[in-house]
Design a binder for this molecule. Structure first.
Ligand SMILES: *Cc1c(COP(=O)(O)O)cnc(C)c1O
Length: 386
C-alpha cells in the first residue's frame, strides 16, 4: 500500500499540489503564532473575531462544568441536552423560521440534508462553484447531478426546463461562494425555483452572522428568506464556534431528524459547544457593529489591493481572492508574504478550477487599520520581486 500512496504524493509534489499542515500555537485572532513567530492572520473564516472571544470560552466552560464534556450518545438516544434544544430555538428565532436542526458540522449538514431530501428518482441542480460538501451530499443521495455554470441563471433555467423525468427537483447554492467571495443571485434563483416547481436550498456558511439586518444571512439581506425551503448555515465561521444548522419549516426539521443519517448516526455535539454557539448568537444580535466593521474593512482592503494593480474581482464580502493563475505562483506568493509576516493561504486545484489558483485573503472584525496597511505593503513588496 505505502509504495502506491507514496507515488501519488510524489505526483502531487511535482504539480505543486501537495497539502500539508501548519501549526498555530495561539488563539485564533488577528495575529497568530505560526511556527513559533507572530504573523498577521488573513486566512481565517472567523469573520466577526469571535473564535477567541472570552465570552464564548466562558459560556462553554460554564456548561462543561455543569454538564461535563462529552454528549455520550446520539441525540436520538440519550445525548440530547437542554443546550442543544435552546440553541435550535435561538437559531430559529434569528432566522425567523418555524424550526431549526443542529448538525455536528457544515460538512455533515450538507451531506445529511441533501441525501435526506432527494434520491435516485430526483435531480439536483448545483452551481459549479458550490462547496465540496454539497457535491458529496448529491453523490451520496444518488440523485442525478446537474451542474450549472457559476451563477448562470439562463443555463439553470434551460436545465430545469429540460428536466422532465425527475420526481423532485432541488436547486442548491452557496449564498456567498467560499473561494470567490461573490454572491448568488438569490432573487432570480427563488423565481426559477417557483417557476419550475423546484425546491431551493441555500448554504449560508460564509454569510451567516454577516449579512441581513439581523445578521441571519444573505437570504435575509436579499429579501428571499421567506421563500427558501432550506436554509443551511454553519456556526464554525462568523459564529466562531462549531456545528451547523438547517432552518426551515417544522415539517422539514422533523423529516431531517428522522432521515438525515449524519444526525441519526452520530454523537451529539458536546453541550458546551452548543453553549458557545448560543453565546455567539447573543453577540451577533447585540453587536451589529462587528459585521459593519468587517464589511467596511473588507471594502477598503479590496480597494487597496485593486489599486496595486492586482487581479482582484469586485465584491462585497470579507473573502478577497487575489487571482494568480498557476498553483506554483500562488504557493510562491504565499511563502513570500509569510516572510513579510502576512499569513494568507494559497488556494489550488482541486479546490478551485485549474488555472485559477489564487490567494484567498480574508478580513475579520479583529483586524485594525494598521493590520490592513501591513497587508497591502507586504503585497506591494512581493509583487515587485515576483
Ligand atoms: C466551510 C463550509 C462548509 C462546511 O462547514 P464546516 O462547519 O466547516 O464543516 C459548508 N459549506 C460551505 C459553503 C463552506 O464554506
Amino acid at each position: 500500500m505505502n509504495d502506491v500512496l507514496a507515488a501519488e504524493l510524489l505526483k502531487l509534489d511535482g504539480q505543486g499540489l501537495r497539502r500539508s499542515l501548519r501549526e498555530v500555537a495561539s488563539a485564533q485572532s488577528r495575529e497568530v503564532i505560526l511556527d513559533g513567530r507572530p504573523v498577521l492572520n488573513f486566512c481565517s473564516n472567523d469573520y466577526l473575531g469571535l473564535a477567541a472571544d472570552p465570552r464564548m470560552a466562558l459560556a462553554a466552560g460554564s456548561v462543561a462544568g455543569q454538564r461535563g464534556f462529552g454528549a455520550g450518545a446520539s441525540r436520538l438516544v440519550c445525548g440530547n441536552f437542554d443546550e442543544h434544544t435552546a440553541l435550535e430555538r435561538d437559531i430559529a428565532a434569528l432566522k425567523k423560521t418555524e424550526a431549526a436542526l443542529l448538525f455536528s458540522a457544515g460538512y455533515m449538514a450538507n451531506v445529511g440534508i441533501i441525501s435526506a431530501l432527494v434520491g435516485r428518482d430526483d435531480a439536483v441542480f448545483s452551481d459549479r462553484f458550490n462547496h465540496a460538501s454539497i457535491v458529496d451530499g448529491i453523490v451520496l443521495s444518488r440523485a442525478s447531478m446537474r451542474r450549472y455554470p457559476h451563477n448562470d441563471m439562463a443555463a439553470l433555467d434551460a436545465l430545469l426546463a429540460a428536466e422532465t423525468n425527475a420526481r423532485r427537483k432541488l436547486i442548491v447554492t452557496d449564498t456567498v461562494f467560499s473561494m470567490d467571495g461573490d454572491v448568488a443571485p438569490l432573487v432570480e434563483l427563488a423565481a426559477l425555483a417557483k417557476r419550475h416547481n423546484a425546491w431551493l436550498m441555500v448554504d449560508e456558511a460564509h454569510a451567516f452572522g454577516l449579512f441581513g439586518v439581523s445578521g441571519s444571512g444573505m437570504a435575509e439581506e436579499l429579501g428571499v428568506a421567506g421563500v427558501v425551503d432550506v436554509q443551511m448555515g454553519t456556526l464554525s465561521k462568523a459564529a466562531g464556534s462549531f456545528g451547523a444548522y438547517a432552518a426551515g419549516s417544522r415539517v422539514l426539521v422533523d423529516h431531517l431528524l428522522n432521515a438525515a443519517r449524519s444526525v441519526v448516526f452520530t454523537t451529539a455535539l458536546p453541550p458546551s459547544v452548543a453553549a458557545a454557539g448560543r453565546a455567539a448568537l447573543r453577540i451577533i444580535r447585540a453587536e451589529p457593529q462587528r459585521r459593519q466593521k468587517v464589511l467596511r474593512s473588507a471594502g477598503s482592503l479590496r480597494e487597496a489591493l485593486q489599486a496595486l494593480g492586482l487581479d482582484v474581482p469586485p465584491g462585497i464580502t470579507p473573502i478577497i481572492p487575489v487571482m494568480l493563475g498557476s498553483a506554483d505562483r500562488a504557493v510562491r506568493w504565499s511563502k513570500a508574504l509569510l516572510e513579510e509576516g502576512i499569513f494568507v493561504s494559497a488556494i489550488r486545484p482541486p479546490t478551485v478550477p485549474s488555472g485559477s489558483a489564487r490567494l484567498r485573503v480574508t478580513v475579520t472584525a479583529a483586524h485594525t487599520g494598521s493590520d490592513l496597511e501591513h497587508c497591502v505593503s507586504a503585497f506591494k513588496k512581493v509583487m515587485s520581486h515576483a
